[in-house]
Structure formats: structure tokens, C-alpha cells
Design a protein around this ligand. Structure first.
Ligand SMILES: [Ca+2]
Length: 345
């Protein structure tokens, strides 16, 4: 059993090195202990943070190491700790060492800290450096205090590691000294600020092809390789031969606006008639704006025949709306409409 039964409120998690079967025990308020066995192959997946509670990993469950020395200690959690910083036998010469914990599995941006349970019975205050993921600069360091015996353990203060986009690995590293720098019993990872990103609603935008009006009483569909969707609605405001004025409406339905906001329509059109006749723009049957299309100099013949005009329509609620354009008649037409883009601002 690898978890700490005294770590109330902690995620009690085995490390990534793996053992044959493991148990996760939860103490509940009536004093019952509920133990769940997990398959041995689950250990290979490593701990997964599922709440704001701490992750505790036994030091001896490191995923990788250099010159780490496993030690049996009666007062250590699971009676095991890991010595860092020396090697061999007496006189225990100093040696650089590290242990790394992998597959920690914090995948949201968070501010994290670690707390070490450790012992130290060597001189000085040589620090332990703490690295995150594969970073080459330590995020934190901690100078262990003497505990009079390697078998007397204490907890460090909280060592803040700052913000991380994700947390997959933590490495504890020492330069090494005679008798060793530190023995680590376990590592506690604390999520100080749990930054679950709140997805902001996608900005609303909707593209309508002018020629795909659900209903229109003026205008004719015509193909044009320079038009959006390969076509536009021409002869809006005149007869099909382009001469006699003939007003009418264009109607677009099922405009699903995702949130409340200021709606702006952007019209793409061509125009080679006098700018004398405006376009009235309605939302849900209510007149919202009127704009005078700009003369572009040609109805068709290239992309330069088209221009765009932004027309603010005021506030709309989230929900389904419809858009109506209305023009009076004008010789040669008021505009050839290619597309309408709706957006919220
Ligand atoms: Ca079009």
C-alpha cells in the first residue's frame, strides 16, 4: 500500500515506477477506510490530478534518477526514503544526484507548489533544486534544515514553483556533499491556484451569400467567379433587363445569434449606378439602418468591381433572427449583392 493514511484531503497516489497492484485508501468522516485496488498497469499511467487536493508521491516511487540511494527508515512513510547527494560507503563522498517524478498529469494552467518531507543529518544548507517538466532552469530551491538524525523527518515550507501550463515532471536535484544533502520521504504537490480555463463564447459571425436569400422579390442570381460563392444577386431594384425601376425585398431567415451584442452587417456588392437610392435594413421586421451603396464603377468584370460597407444595426439578443433588405426602384438597379457578413461587437 503506497498511499499515506494520514494525508487527509490528499490525492493518495502511487508513483510512476509501478508495483504489483496498489491500493488507494480514502478515510471518510465516520472513520472508515475505503480501499480501492487498482490494476498494476494503472501505475504506469502515473498519478492523475482530479481535484484541487494535493498530490502526494512517495520519493521511492521516482520514475528516473541519477545516483539516488534507496534507504529503509522506520520513521519514513512506507518506511522508505531516498538519499541524495552522496555515494558508496563511509566516508560517503559527495555526488550530484537527482530523482524525477513523471506522468504527474496536471494539464491545466495552474500555480503550483511543492512540499518535501525530508531528513538531514549533514552539515550546511546546500539546497535542493526543483525543476519542472524538461526546463533547464530550476523553478524553486529549498535549503533543508538539520533534523539531528536521518531517521527524523520534517516537512519543508511550501516551495512555490509559479505558473505552469501543464505539469508532467518534477525533478529534485542536488550538487552533493559528504554524507549526503537530504533524504526525501515524500513529495507533496499543491495546486495553489486552479486555473481551469473558462471557454469564452466564440465570437459570433455569420456569412450569408447574397444570392441565397430565402426569398426575394427583386434581383436575379448570376454566376461570377469574383463573387463569394461564385455568384451574386444582380438587378436589385430594377427589372431583369436592368432598365425599369422595380423595388422589392430580400429576406434571410434563421440567423442564429449566439449572444447578446451589437450587430454589424458587412455588405459586399458591386454598383455602377448613381448613388441615389438607399438600402433599408430590417431585423425581425424592425428598421435598423439605411445605407447608401458606393458606386464602384462596374457591375462585373473583376474583383475591383466589389466593395464592402459596414452597417451597424444596434443591439440584438441571443436567439434566432431574420434580416430583410428593402430598396425602392432605380434605373439599372441599386446594387448587385454578393454577400452579407453579420458579426457582434
Ligand atoms: Ca455571393
Amino acid at each position: 500500500m503506497l498511499a499515506h493514511t494520514d494525508d487527509w484531503g490528499s490525492n493518495m497516489i502511487a508513483g510512476a515506477r509501478g508495483h504489483v497492484g496498489r491500493f488507494v485508501c480514502l478515510l471518510i468522516s465516520l472513520g472508515w477506510a475505503v480501499c480501492l485496488s487498482t490494476p498494476s498497469n494503472a501505475a504506469a499511467d502515473g498519478p492523475v490530478l482530479t481535484s484541487k487536493r494535493d498530490i502526494v508521491i512517495e520519493a521511492e516511487n521516482y520514475a528516473a534518477h541519477r545516483s539516488a540511494r534507496h534507504v529503509w527508515r522506520s520513521r519514513a512513510s512506507e518506511r522508505q526514503s531516498v538519499s541524495l547527494g552522496c555515494e558508496g560507503t563511509a566516508p560517503w563522498v559527495g555526488r550530484a544526484a537527482w530523482i524525477e517524478f513523471g506522468s504527474i498529469g496536471v494539464d491545466t494552467p495552474s500555480e503550483v507548489a511543492v512540499i518535501l518531507r525530508y531528513s538531514k543529518n549533514s552539515s550546511g544548507t546546500q539546497p535542493v533544486y526543483i525543476y519542472v517538466n524538461d526546463e533547464t532552469t530550476p523553478r524553486g530551491e529549498y535549503s533543508p534544515k538539520g533534523t539531528l538524525s536521518w531517521n527524523l523527518f520534517r516537512q519543508s515550507t511550501e516551495i512555490n514553483l509559479g505558473d505552469v501550463g501543464h505539469l508532467n515532471k518534477i525533478r529534485l536535484q542536488v550538487k552533493g556533499q559528504q554524507y549526503g544533502t537530504i533524504e526525501i520521504d515524500f513529495l507533496r504537490i499543491r495546486i495553489k491556484r486552479w486555473s481551469v480555463p473558462v471557454p469564452s463564447p466564440a465570437p459570433f459571425t455569420m456569412h450569408l451569400e447574397g444570392e441565397r436569400a430565402n426569398r426575394y422579390t427583386t434581383g436575379q442570381r448570376i454566376a461570377d467567379s469574383n463573387a463569394s460563392g461564385g455568384a451574386r444577386l444582380c438587378h436589385i431594384g430594377c427589372a431583369s433587363d436592368g432598365r425599369a425601376p422595380r423595388g422589392g425585398v430580400l429576406y434571410y431567415k434563421d440567423i442564429h445569434v449566439t449572444q447578446k451584442g451589437q450587430l454589424v452587417t458587412t455588405f459586399r456588392y458591386s454598383k455602377n449606378s448613381a448613388p441615389t437610392t438607399p438600402v433599408s435594413v430590417y431585423i425581425d421586421g424592425q428598421l435598423r439602418a439605411s445605407f447608401m451603396p458606393t458606386r464602384t464603377g462596374c457591375w462585373t468584370g473583376g474583383a475591383s468591381c466589389y466593395t464592402t460597407t459596414d452597417v451597424p444595426l444596434g443591439s440584438v439578443k441571443a436567439g434566432t433572427h431574420d434580416l430583410t433588405l428593402q430598396v425602392a426602384g432605380q434605373p439599372f438597379g441599386v446594387l448587385d449583392l454578393d454577400a452579407v457578413t453579420l458579426s457582434l461587437h
